[in-house]
Design a protein. Structure first.
Length: 66
C-alpha cells in the first residue's frame, strides 16, 4: 500500500471501511480520505491484502488495495 492507494479494511466489529490515502491537508476520514501520517495511515504503509493492522483499539484486516 502506498500514497494515493484506495484501501478497504474489515474491522473486528464488522465494519468495512474504504479510504484513499492522501496528504495531511486533504484528509477527511468521514468522507473517505485518510492522511498517510495518521496512526491508521502509518499502520497501513507497506502492507498487503490479507495483512492485519492496528486500527484504533482493535485490529483490521486489509481486504482490498487499488
Amino acid at each position: 500500500m502506498h500514497f494515493g492507494s484506495t484501501v478497504t479494511i474489515d474491522r473486528q466489529d464488522g465494519r468495512h471501511q474504504t479510504f484513499r490515502i492522501v496528504g495531511e491537508d486533504e484528509a477527511d476520514p468521514a468522507h473517505g480520505t485518510l492522511s498517510h501520517a495518521s496512526p491508521l495511515g502509518r499502520a497501513l504503509a507497506g502492507k498487503s491484502v490479507g495483512d492485519v493492522v492496528q486500527a484504533g483499539s482493535g485490529e483490521a484486516e486489509i481486504i482490498a488495495i487499488k
